[in-house]
Design a protein around this ligand. Structure first.
Ligand code: PGA
Length: 251
């Protein structure tokens, strides 16, 4: 049985006071919930203060990105060990904004996934097609390539640390959500691919989140899809009531 997993990606939003207030607000609303894994991924400069606000709650902390080297002359980067040191459990890797705005390649994503696992972090590996790729019927080819490249060289034992997030790029921050049918189709394709690369039992254990304009109003229908195991939420995770409502829908 895959436990539902809902994570909030705050992206480059909030400020110090806002981040603390958002985290504390969620702790207040979600303290009783243990049938859903919940995580929030604040901007890296606020990880420590959010960690403090979440301490003694069951909400986990995640980072939005990391670098694949441990230390050294990499100005502006943050290592997996540093994220562990500030109490992160998860790290988002290969988000489409990093791939398409910041030029992250499949090879970098792969190094980040394996470095994260090596450091004891649980990576959330994001994959998803652009609008023109969907229109050109390339969704399966693009997502398969991202999954194969992202997980290259990873053993069956290690891949159990990974959550996959399917985020069609055309649905991110646009208000356009994939229909439950569209989401289920790609999630099932991903799970079949994981079974091919690893085994049926490994594929059955890996959680696949959907992301892209997920909100309280579409949570139930998306989560009703058999292969949608959770959500990676951007905009709606910035409002305590919306994010909490989504989690309560799934409980
Ligand atoms: P959105 O973002 O929910 O604002 O569309 C999702 C994401 O990018 O993770």
């Amino acid at each position: 049985m895959r436990k539902p997993f809902i994570a909030g990606n705050w992206k480059m939003n909030t400020n110090g006071a806002g981040a603390k207030a958002l985290a504390s607000g969620l702790v207040g609303q979600l303290s009783e919930i243990d049938s859903v894994d919940v995580a929030v991924c604040p901007p890296s400069v606020y990880l420590q203060s959010v960690a403090k606000a979440l301490s003694s709650s069951n909400i986990a902390l995640g980072a939005q990105n990391m670098y694949f080297e441990s230390n050294g002359a990499y100005t502006g980067e943050t290592s997996a060990e540093m994220l562990k040191d500030v109490c992160c459990t998860y790290v988002i890797v290969g988000h489409s904004e990093r791939r398409h705005v910041l030029g992250e390649t499949d090879e970098m994503v792969n190094k980040k996934v394996s470095t994260a696992i090596g450091a004891g972090l649980l990576p959330i590996l994001c994959v998803g097609e652009l609008l023109e790729q969907r229109q050109g019927e390339e969704t399966e080819a693009v997502v398969s390539r991202q999954i194969k490249a992202g997980l290259a060289g990873l053993s069956a034992e290690k891949v159990e640390a990974v959550t996959v997030a399917y985020e069609p790029v055309w649905a991110i921050g646009t208000g356009l959500t994939a229909t439950p049918e569209q989401a289920q189709e790609v999630h099932l394709m991903i799970r079949k691919l994981l079974a091919e690369i690893y085994s049926e039992s490994v594929a059955a254990d890996i959680r696949i989140q959907y992301g892209g304009s997920a909100k309280p109003g579409n949570t139930a229908e998306l989560m009703a899809c058999p292969d949608v195991d959770g959500l990676l939420v951007g905009g709606a995770s910035l409002k305590v009531d919306d994010f909490a409502a989504m989690i309560k829908t799934v409980v």
